[in-house]
Design a protein around this ligand. Structure first.
Ligand SMILES: NC(=O)c1ccc[n+]([C@@H]2O[C@H](COP(=O)([O-])OP(=O)(O)OC[C@H]3O[C@@H](n4cnc5c(N)ncnc54)[C@H](O)[C@@H]3O)[C@@H](O)[C@H]2O)c1
Length: 280
């Protein structure tokens, strides 16, 4: 174990799977204590046990579409671990799919509720404590679909662009308090969400890695949840202490050039609003 996060407390939404779970492990390995929020209670409790139990990690049920639950998640970090140093807004789904003309408004609203409003609630309640403490790092999940067009369904792309905008705007507000705000924009990395979207089976991580390896713009190298977890670690640690308002792409360079085409996921991805129940 190293100690790049020694003494720091991190709150993570969507921590029961994929990138959130990988970040929790990476951060605890580096000495952080973490508060995990998700809607998959059983899976998350197992992750807490694997992380070393209550001295290292606590789980709270938290649906990010409910501001009160996000507020309570943040308060748990303060009441149980005494502080909050990093807020990682990670919870997500693919959401509404298909052409805009047939996108249902209910599905559109639900997608933005999770991918954008959930981030807003996390930023709002974490920044309040961080401003008082005079330090803190807020990290949110955007996507390559948040910095370029044509890579994801419309609602997803809209929310992820908005996360970039809110990150930049909040960074300018809270910099005078010593608080930093950044977001991360990955291309496809092998997680249950992507396995479900591409292979219709959220457990097919090996198959997803094989597919991403074959299709990777970076020869022989698939994107992994751990690649994003490493970026979260850097943005959470003091090593990134002069970085704020930044969108960190983790995409093997795909957003440096044009790969225009129809939006990815448009035909093959199901709605994943039932992530909790289906064990994603
Ligand atoms: N995997 C990728 O390739 C990729 C690329 C770019 C961005 N992202 C973003 O990264 C984040 C994590 O994605 P992932 O691939 O790890 O997915 P995942 O499905 O493996 O994990 C997402 C987690 O969010 C939780 N969640 C869903 N709805 C929730 C809600 N309402 N409240 C609380 N938790 C909820 C799920 O239960 C799950 O544990 C998402 O915001 C996603 O959009 C992922």
């Amino acid at each position: 174990m190293a100690d790049r996060m020694s003494g720091k407390v991190v709150v993570i939404t969507g921590a029961a799977s994929g990138i959130g779970a990988a970040a929790a492990k990476r951060l605890v390995d580096e000495g952080a204590r973490v508060v995990l929020g998700d809607i998959q209670d059983d899976v998350a409790e197992k992750i807490v046990a694997a992380l070393g139990g209550a001295d290292k990690a606590i789980y709270c049920h938290c649906d990010v579409t409910d501001e009160e639950q996000v507020r309570a998640l943040v308060e748990t970090a303060v009441s149980e671990f005494g502080q909050i140093d990093t807020m990682f807004n990670c919870a997500g789904i693919v959401g509404a799919i298909g052409p805009l003309e047939s996108t249902l408004s209910e599905e559109w609203k639900l997608t933005l509720d999770i991918l954008l409003n959930g981030v807003f609630y996390g930023m709002k309640h974490a920044s309040k404590h961080m401003k008082k403490a005079g330090r803190g790092s807020i990290i949110s999940m955007s996507s390559v679909a948040g910095v370029t067009g044509g890579l994801a369904p419309h609602a997803y792309a809209t929310a992820k662009h908005a996360v970039v905008g809110l990150t930049r705007n909040l960074a300018t507000e809270v910099c005078t308090y010593g608080v930093r705000v950044n977001c991360i924009a990955p291309y496809s990395v092998a997680t249950p969400m992507v396995a479900k979207a591409y292979l219709d089976d959220h457990t097919e991580i090996d198959g997803t890695i094989a597919m991403l390896t074959e299709e990777s713009p970076l020869k022989g190298r698939p994107g992994l949840a751990e690649d994003v977890a490493n970026a979260v670690l850097w943005l959470a640690s003091d090593e990134s202490g002069y970085t704020s308002g930044h969108t960190l792409t983790i995409d093997a360079g795909i957003t440096t050039g044009s790969i225009a085409g129809p939006p990815r996921f448009a035909e093959k991805s199901p709605l994943m609003r039932e992530a909790g129940r289906s064990g994603i």
